[in-house]
Design a protein around this ligand. Structure first.
Ligand SMILES: NC(=O)c1ccc[n+]([C@@H]2O[C@H](COP(=O)([O-])OP(=O)(O)OC[C@H]3O[C@@H](n4cnc5c(N)ncnc54)[C@H](OP(=O)(O)O)[C@@H]3O)[C@@H](O)[C@H]2O)c1
Length: 314
């Protein structure tokens, strides 16, 4: 029987790495995995994990693929010796954290390029062949940040919201072509993502006001707690990818955790957005008033008390 050819972006670490190794070491030995990464110098960890899992030698191959560069996408595609990709996993992603006014133009451009345009590039390259063949699956690593706005994640959320629109639109079109698109909606996951995130506590915070800096500090504490309480192991998340790719009729969305579904439900129940905005504000900033009080402005830019802590590099 012909093997199932899978190509995954962003396999140097985290979810992509775990998914590549999980599929390549599947007991069915039915997958051929192309684990791609933008810099092949970072492939060591993947091979270490593959060895530990006893992946058969020809089940896993690495390819250079930078989703920001269509030539690199085309080169990787040309290296797929089977001449087809049955399952495309658009997983590469970059985070960006901080008050909007403190974000550099390059960082904003980079996150939108990787997360949004990068996914579009991958789909433009691989969908036509799937449509011609009348079969194929696309899995996209989504995020709770693509379903609900999160303070200080404005641009990251914008990029992940964009993926929702992209995938939902394609999911309407593609089933008659035998092609299915699914989003794997992740909550917090223990990966190097937060270490690689652009921005962070010390990032150009002199560009923002004292009050915003204080709220950012509160957000970072909140984020730490959420990760401590709720972050999943990538192996748990990878099982949800497997559920999606084995489903006879794949759904558009799969959730790796139910923890955030009540908030998602609140957004659907009150389309005005007011209930969600108030609930999230209470959640993240429990001590802050939800509405501006008379005379409460932004404050100055130089808060000597907070300055040192917030300026510390992450
Ligand atoms: N971890 C979480 O809490 C979480 C939650 C929700 C959604 N997600 C999503 O999960 C996906 C995977 O993230 P992760 O958590 O596994 O973090 P990760 O370990 O940082 O993985 C991100 C991967 O994307 C790659 N990447 C970045 N820019 C790229 C580019 N231009 N071309 C190709 N690859 C590129 C990274 O490569 P380098 O090593 O070269 O940077 C890395 O391999 C992302 O889409 C992220 O948005 C993560």
């Amino acid at each position: 029987m012909a093997c199932t050819v899978v190509l995954i972006t962003g396999c140097s670490s985290g979810i992509g790495l775990h998914l590549a190794v999980r599929l390549a070491s599947d007991p069915s030995q039915s997958f051929k995995v192309y684990a791609t990464m933008r810099d092949l110098k970072t492939q060591g960890q993947l091979w270490e994990a593959a060895r530990a899992q006893g992946c058969p030698r020809d089940s896993l191959e690495t390819l250079q693929l930078d989703v920001r560069d269509s030539k690199s996408v085309a080169n990787a595609q040309a290296c797929v010796t089977e001449g087809r990709v049955d399952i495309l996993v658009c997983n590469a992603g970059q985070g960006l954290l901080g008050p909007l006014e403190a974000l550099g133009e390059d960082a904003v451009g980079s996150v939108l390029d990787v997360n949004v345009a990068g996914t579009v590039r991958m789909l433009q390259a691989f969908l036509p062949e799937m449509k011609r063949r009348g079969s194929g699956r696309v899995l996209v690593t989504g995020s709770m940040g693509g379903l609900m706005g999160l303070p200080f994640n404005d641009v990251y959320c914008a990029s992940k919201f964009a993926l929702e629109g992209l995938c939902e639109s394609l999911a309407v079109l593609l089933p008659p072509f035998g092609v299915h698109v699914s989003l794997i909606e992740c909550g917090p996951v223990h990966t190097p993502f937060m270490q690689k995130v652009l921005g962070g506590p010390g990032w150009m915070l002199d560009r923002t006001d004292t009050r915003t800096r204080r709220l950012f500090h509160q957000y970072l504490q909140h984020n730490k707690e959420i990760f401590r309480e709720a972050a999943q192991h990538p192996e748990e998340v990878v099982e949800v990818f497997l559920t999606a790719l084995r489903a006879p009729k794949p759904a558009l969305r799969y959730f790796t955790t139910e923890r955030f579904l009540p908030l998602q439900q609140m957004r659907l129940d009150d389309p005005s957005g007011s209930s969600y905005v108030a609930a999230m504000h209470r959640n993240v900033f429990p001590k802050e008033p939800a509405e501006a009080e008379a005379g409460a402005g932004a404050g100055g830019v130089g808060d000597p008390e907070l300055g040192d802590t917030l300026a510390a590099p992450q």
